[in-house]
Design a protein around this ligand. Structure first.
Ligand code: 13P
Length: 303
């Protein structure tokens, strides 16, 4: 179907169903273009919880739509592509958390939002890349188990040296591709550019960056900056907002492989089908829902 026809159908269905469309910064350009709100995980989780619409089309990956459902159980939350998952989220299970709790009974579990609801339900508090440092720093326990992302965890550990932080071994397969040599090469090619990276990057990459932040924080930083050139160390979907908001600035992506295959699954066609057929509805088991809601609500309260 023609792009303009699809877009018009989406706007019409959205109106008819009084639906909200939100898109993560890694979505394809056309999907970001038709969304009501575009942002990072934290921003979108807040938007979904606060907005009045009863139907939410979440253009992102499964854990994001699941978190929206947990925060607003009465709403119909739709994920256009049901197999848009997150390999990082799948690197830890509820059983792993149970075992950690038995081994380290004095520790509190701070869980990155990139995780399944069953893991969130067994955690003390959730965090996103934009508030992980604040949550760990302010959580009232000096002994923390941070999971599942070892790179974000290691960034937090550096910022909060006063706490004893145990890391889990998970990582993002896309950010992991960026090596120290890529940063060195990009810096020599663009000596005037600032390096902005996501904290899911390896520690040796984060070490060389001028700014470390969530996708939204990277976009906000580049937009507020007086500098004109930036080397970007995260998924290339952020280029949509970076270029739109900063037509006079130059952006260089750190690695050609910065494409999250799962984030790229949602298309205009699947968004239209999501609205038309009200699919794919996200459901969470009642028992898991309660625990996960407590941990997510704690994040919103602290963050
Ligand atoms: P944000 O916190 O920037 O949304 O990052 C989420 C994510 O999954 C990064 O890979």
């Amino acid at each position: 179907m023609n792009i303009e026809v699809l877009k018009n159908e989406i706007y019409k269905l959205k109106e008819e169903k009084n639906a909200l469309i939100v898109a993560h910064n890694y979505q394809i350009d056309e999907v970001q273009e038709i969304a009501d709100f575009v942002g990072d995980s934290f921003y979108l989780s807040k938007v979904c919880a606060e907005r009045p619409e009863e139907v939410i089309v979440f253009c992102g990956v499964h854990f994001m739509a699941e978190s929206a459902k947990i925060l607003s159980p009465h709403k119909k939350v739709l994920l256009p592509e049901i197999d848009a998952g997150c390999p990082l989220a799948d690197m830890v299970t509820a059983e792993d958390v149970e075992n950690l709790k038995k081994k380290y009974p004095d520790y509190s579990i701070v869980c990155y939002i990139n995780s399944p609801a069953s893991v969130k339900a067994k955690s003390d508090v959730i965090c996103t890349s934009s508030n992980a440092v604040k949550i760990v720093r302010e959580f009232p326990n000096d002994k923390i188990i941070f999971l599942p992302d070892k790179n974000l965890g290691s960034f937090v550990r550096k910022q909060v040296p006063e706490k004893d932080i145990i890391l889990w071994e998970g990582f993002c397969i896309t950010h992991y591709k960026i090596k120290k040599e890529d940063v060195e090469k990009a810096k020599s090619l663009h000596p005037n550019a600032l390096v902005l990276v996501h904290p899911e990057c390896r520690p040796e990459v984060v070490e060389l960056a001028d700014f470390v932040g969530s996708t939204k924080q990277i976009i906000d930083f580049a937009t507020a900056s007086k500098e004109k050139e930036f080397i970007i160390g995260t998924e290339m979907g952020v280029l949509y907002s970076l270029k739109k908001l900063n037509p006079d600035k130059k952006f260089y992506i750190l690695h050609p492989g910065m494409i999250c295959p799962n984030m790229k699954k949602n298309t205009l066609q699947s968004v239209r089908d999501a609205l038309l057929y009200e699919r794919y509805q996200i459901e969470v088991e009642e028992e898991i829902m309660q625990g996960a809601k407590r941990a997510l609500a704690k994040m919103l309260e602290m963050g």
